[in-house]
Design a protein around this ligand. Structure first.
Ligand code: NAP
Length: 318
């Protein structure tokens, strides 16, 4: 007979890793499945200054990768089994849940969905063509390619402004392109950006086209007030520039949409992270939540795992 785990956690971002930590400590027989690298979006976040107790590193600000490496090690310490695989299908009705991957089908009494979210795209012509050729969604991954070049950051929220500041370490100049004339980012982040003389702003503007010959060297920007469009071209000496896109996130919930209740594709849970299906829980950015931060994702993961433990022990599931 195939093995029956107590719990399968899908996704090893902060929510999934914390769920793994709590499940492992509770001696639940747990399998944690991740298709890429641990950490999800946080693994590609250059600086985290708001995770409680997390200030360390040379600038007294922690990188996402460092924080995640410690979480991963902690999960391993508590004996959680790991699988590197893409989940292709889930069967969540009934007492035994079945999670399909290319490596096989894995069975469990409970499932925690911690699949996170992905960056929203601009959606303009040229975006797909120039992704990896000037267009990026990860400053930590790609910032160093733009040493002494000009870089544009699209977005006006906390992420856009923080990543713009990070990019000033490499780029000659960073211009934030925002669709309004006021940033959404919180005051403390805004203040640091306004004080950074490498950062400029292009207000009331959206990118409507990205151009180049193999590499990004031009973009069409539209004025959101007047509707006027203008071409921004790379300095001829450079021949290229970077466009980093940080305009929010969308939930990674496609596999679950017709299975559990959702709102705007975010999975609905109760305060114990239970979804509309018995034995199925959701934690972190994939669920409908008022705040999407590392600290809230971790809290969700802890609550979900402890609820699984409680529901198994009391016979509600299993
Ligand atoms: P966000 O707060 O949703 O901001 C998205 C930004 O992109 C907004 O400025 C928005 O403009 C703009 N935008 C959205 N759709 C657009 C489009 N189609 N074209 C052009 N611009 C578009 O997203 P986020 O910055 O990724 O932050 C997500 C969450 O993480 C937030 O809760 C944030 O506070 C948190 N966060 C916190 C920190 C920190 O505290 N250190 C760091 C990063 C993220 P409008 O302003 O006009 O809507």
């Amino acid at each position: 007979m195939e093995k029956l785990y107590d719990l399968i956690i899908i996704g090893a971002g902060p929510a999934g890793l914390t769920a793994g930590l709590y499940a492992g400590r509770s001696r639940l027989d747990t399998l944690l499945i991740e298709k890429g690298q641990d950490g999800g979006q946080i693994a590609i976040t250059s600086e985290i200054e708001n995770y409680p107790g997390g200030l360390s590193g040379p600038d007294n600000i922690e990188s996402g990768a460092e924080l995640i490496a410690r979480m991963t090690a902690q999960v391993a310490h508590f004996g959680v089994e790991r699988l590197s695989a893409n989940v292709t299908e889930v069967e969540l009705e009934g007492k035994v849940k079945r999670v399909h991957t290319r490596h096989g089908v894995y069975q469990s009494k409970a499932v925690i969905i911690a699949t996170g979210a992905h960056p929203r795209l601009i959606g303009c012509p040229g975006e797909a063509e120039f992704t990896g050729r000037g267009v990026s969604y990860c400053a930590t991954c790609d910032g160093s390619f733009f040493e002494d070049f000009e870089v544009f950051v699209v977005g006006g929220g906390d992420t856009a402004v923080e990543e713009a500041m990070y990019l000033t370490k490499f780029a000659r100049k960073v211009t934030i392109i925002h669709r309004r004339d006021e940033l959404r980012a919180v005051e403390s982040i805004r203040e640091r950006a306004f004080a950074n003389d490498k950062i400029e702003f292009m207000w009331n503007s959206v990118v409507v086209g990205l151009h180049g010959d193999g590499i990004l060297s031009g973009m069409t920007v539209k004025d959101t007030k007047t509707g006027e469009e203008r071409l921004v071209e790379a300095d001829p000496d450079d021949g290229m520039f970077g466009v980093f896109v940080f305009i929010g996130f969308l939930p990674n919930s496609e596999l679950f949409l017709d299975k559990v209740d959702t709102e705007w594709d975010y999975i609905l849970t109760d305060e114990s992270m239970r979804t509309s299906l018995p034995g199925v829980y959701a934690a972190g950015d994939v669920r409908k939540t008022p705040l999407r931060q590392v600290v809230t994702a971790c809290a969700d993961g802890a609550i979900a795992a402890m609820q699984v433990e409680h529901d198994l022990a009391s016979g509600v599931i299993g």
